[in-house]
Ligand binder design. Structure first.
Ligand code: MTE
Length: 185
């Protein structure tokens, strides 16, 4: 539950959340799935999640295949009941970039603010930010967020999202409802 009072830094904000969130990291990469590329973006995501009260309980690399990605998302949301799934890769314009299609196929509701914020802030660093077709939304009580595949992009996107994630996840889990009392509102 969030504590009371207002604070100016997101790190303090994050520390006030006591709930532990379960997280899955799903990397879409043909080369990564064949062991021909190190999973650097997955490691960046894992390291950053240590800033939250979050436990990474699933971490996989799959090929850029819509059915394979969708199957993992459904399993992690419906069977593992993870609170958060972050995908990395496959959001661009290549014909093999199908992560948004797989994600849209399984979402119940869109949550456009996450991708809007990532693209808006990333665009300040590189015009290539507009090339990402990342989407986000919920399936049941699981929040699913796409991120680009480069480790630097993941770092930049997580810097944008992390301050808002704990409150969003608590609302989704039904553990917080009073936004007016949330710090850093
Ligand atoms: N976002 C941030 N923050 N930083 C980046 O360097 N790279 C872009 C974009 N988003 C980038 C970024 C590039 S070059 C591409 S092609 C798209 O993400 C899609 O990347 P993906 O196909 O690996 O998902």
């Amino acid at each position: 539950m969030p504590g009371s009072g207002s604070h100016s830094t997101s790190s303090v904000h994050v520390l006030q959340y006591l709930a532990m969130f379960t997280v899955g990291i799903l990397v879409s990469s043909d080369k990564g799935s064949r062991g021909e590329r190190l999973d650097e973006s997955g490691q960046v995501i894992r390291k950053n999640l240590a800033r939250l009260p979050a436990e990474v309980v699933r971490h996989e690399v799959v090929p850029d295949d819509e059915d394979a990605i969708a199957a993992v998302l459904i399993d992690w949301a419906d069977n593992q009941r993870l609170d958060l799934i972050i995908t990395s890769g496959g959001t661009g314009l290549s014909p093999r970039d199908v992560t948004p299609e797989a994600t849209l196929r399984v979402l119940d509701r869109l949550a456009p603010g996450f991708a809007e914020a990532m693209r808006r802030e990333s665009f300040k660093k590189t015009p290539h930010a507009m090339l990402s077709r990342a989407v986000a939304g919920t399936r049941g009580r699981t929040l699913i967020i796409n991120m680009p595949g480069s480790p630097a992009a993941c770092q930049e996107c997580l810097d944008v999202l992390l301050p808002a994630l704990p409150h969003g996840l608590e609302i989704l889990k039904g553990e917080a409802s009073d936004c007016a009392r949330t710090p850093d509102k």
